[in-house]
Design a protein around this ligand. Structure first.
Ligand code: PLP
Length: 195
């Protein structure tokens, strides 16, 4: 299918919630991508930082195929070996104490927000649930991560939002100190975002 046909099909059947570039990606290899018209791109975004192995990595594709032929999705009500083994590699590589698996960046951020608030509640009690994020940050599209996002135009339409976020200027200690207080349980920053 060419770009115009894909775009028309998309617009007929997909809920139009995203602003998109006028390009349909067809395939990739390593750091390169090709669109449906055959134009090649060097991809500096790597799927917004999530395709760290490059495109069409054969070991990755084989691992996915082998697992899909064994068992695809199984709910988190059961243990599986790959789940535990992946965590056992992520923990030493990251230096963190344990891994949490989510389906999206927004869910990962929600998990982090919940962890900070629960820890604070259990250790210090009520009234200490505010999280400081950066102005111009972007943290996701759920009701909570939209509010965590430090840009006013993401705080429209979907009221009521989750409360308990305050925003500080990046590279500005005065702004951070102004946002800080006894009601704060965490500071959340995603340093790779350019939004
Ligand atoms: C910096 C940043 N945080 C969070 C998210 C949300 O991730 P997801 O779309 O997987 O929920 C994104 C997505 O673009 C992002 O760029």
């Amino acid at each position: 299918m060419n770009f115009q046909d894909i775009k028309a099909l998309d617009e007929s059947y997909v809920l139009q919630t995203y602003g998109r570039n006028q390009v349909a990606i067809d395939h990739g290899k390593g750091a390169s991508l090709w669109d449906t018209e055959g134009k090649q791109y060097i991809d500096f975004t790597s799927g917004i930082g999530v395709c760290s192995l490059g495109y069409a990595n054969e070991d990755w594709a084989k691992a996915i195929y082998d697992q899909a032929m064994k068992v695809g999705h199984i709910s988190n009500l059961f243990y599986t070996e790959p789940y535990a083994r992946l965590a056992s590699r992520l923990v030493p590589a990251s230096g963190m104490a344990a891994a949490f698996f989510g389906n999206s960046g927004a869910e990962a951020n929600e998990g982090m927000i919940k962890t900070a608030r629960k820890y604070s509640y259990e250790k210090y009690g009520e009234g200490r649930a505010t999280i400081i994020t950066l102005k111009n940050s972007f943290h996701g599209r759920t009701i909570t991560t939209l509010k965590a996002t430090g840009q006013d135009h993401f705080h429209e339409f979907f009221f009521p939002f989750t409360e308990g976020f305050r925003y500080a200027e990046a590279n500005n200690m005065d702004s951070l100190m102004e946002a800080a207080g006894d009601d704060v349980c965490g500071v959340m920053m995603e340093l790779s975002s350019d939004r």
